[in-house]
Design a protein around this ligand. Sequence first.
Ligand SMILES: [Zn+2]
Length: 683
Amino acid sequence: MKKSFLGLGALLLVTACTQSPKAPESAVDKAPLLTSGIDRQYFDPEVRIQDDANLAINGGWLKTAVIPADKSSWGAFLELREQTLPQLQGIIERASLNSATNAESKKIADLFYSYIDEPTLEAAGIKPLQQDLDKIAALKNKSEIAKLIAELNRIGVTTPYEFYVHQDAKDSTRYVVDLSQSGLGLPDRDYYLKDDDKKLKDVRTKYLAHIEKILTLSGDKNFKQNAKNILALETALAKAQWTKVENRDPVKTYNRVELNKLETLAPGYDWNAYLTSSNIKGKVDYVVVSQPSFITEFNRILKATDIAVWRAYFRWHLLSHYSAYLSKPYADENFSFYGTVLRGVPEQEPRWKRGVKLTESSVGELLGKLYVAEYFPPDHKARMEKLVGNLLAAYKESINTLDWMSPATKQEAQAKLATFNPKIGYPNKWIDYSSLLIKSDDLIGNLNRATIFEYNRNLDKLGKPIDRDEWGMTPQTVNAYYNPELNEIVFPAAIMQPPFFNIKADDAVNYGAIGAVIGHEISHGFDDQGAQYDGLGNLRDWWTKEDHEKFEAKTSTLIKQYNAFSPVPGYNVNGELTLGENIADNSGLAIAYKAYLLSLNGKPAPIIDGLTGEQRFYIGFTQVWRGKMRDEEAISRIKTDPHSPTQFRVLGTLKNQPGFYKAFDLKPEDKMYLAPQERVIIW
Ligand SMILES: [Zn+2]
């Protein structure tokens, strides 16, 4: 439900962001005190910004930068993310020195050690999984599968469907359980179903070989037949799945089903066993089923598939879930498929980095508390609060001036804007991990207990008031998000660093970089999905019919613009899948620009490095998107990632900004030029 600023991995940052009101003023007369914050070393002087802003500003970097061997992509965001890893490693090392006297430090240190201690993992083999393997082997008939799915859900193993707890989109004062489709080992249904796509077909063939290898390692003599059956079963589930575009529809995916009516969706399925074993029973009267037809089809597939195939399927997913944390042959085979085949990455990250990420994903807020104390000075938070306030003020003014929207819809939009809740840096209240048991010699046990801890923490929310202090990202994450149900915009501490925010630079680049990030997150509240929620977080249509039609006309033009972008020959961006992010990029930059102009208080911006303030604003935006990606990763993202590839986040966004045309005096003969009637201006 949350929308992040970046796809997988990296994000942004800033440092401090207030503008100092005096600086631009005095800079007009004197030599500027602040730098431009622009990295000219990355420019390609042979390309004009008016023809391709991404190549002009990032082209020098693109010509020479090499994606590190352990990465599927590289760029400004990922460099920043990479910088936080040694910081976190240092935190873990210092925690180990304190572990005799501090229980939280001990948890961090023991968890990390349990992963780093390879001899123990090698000696254990798959013994730590034996109990669960035995449970699967003991499945006698299909009526026991509901209970097994509940048990595997609890430890995070992939099963045909899963549930999560979040706010009820039709009554945001309460928590609800949402049942959703799942069950695949490949990133998207297209990997199973597209026969006309050579690359996806090739991945599918290699996936089959990968299943065979993992089964072989685990001692399965019938690995060939089992792997074939598993792929066939997953293909049947893939066919039943809704597409990622269908899943973007918050109305169609909201299907309230009373517990006693689940039977009609999946006749004969042992819902009672599932609800009891998963501990949902007694806590809710109804669930929200995201894809009802999938549940029905799953039940049909369940009946039509032999129990031996189901045993093989669950065994495979159990092994696959843990392979990265088992002995070397499993971990290497897991990487060679999920790292190299699917994402094109030649080498595994060094073990310490993987250990840091594991610690991060299991007890992230324990690390976060220490990270904030060390790397996030209190004044950064205050400065960011001010910048967010400026962006919200610009949004407010902008809504008033929209020429296409009626006063009635504007009033609703203003009401929603007024209830936005910004969260900056780190949570007010940290997760209490004291009941979580971590042992220095039991990695799989640690992973299980950490997953169950999180499972129970979520389940415990049912029936309780909404927790408005909770965070969906750790402070050390270089990213940001919007959550429509809480109507909140959230900026973790780690995004508040250069190149997102550069304290030594003039305001223009900062408004173009972190300002656009803030504008992006606010705009998610008004993108094609967010605009269906009101300020209380309820799905409620607050648009007049006429305004809604105008909004749709604008967004359908945006869909067409992005459909035309192709990052890899033969693969085009999916304009519908990426629509929400593209709206957020489009409107976020437009609002950041307005906020920048407001910050000038009617005075001209200084010229720095021969560039006007308006030019530096757009260059600041563009330079955070310098990035390159391996083809395998790009294809996988096209199928799964709601964000457009970075070069199109630049080109697709800038082409629609009136301020960009003015700043660089674009003419119809320039390659980035769109006729005024083709430009999409929304918020
Ligand atoms: Zn976003």
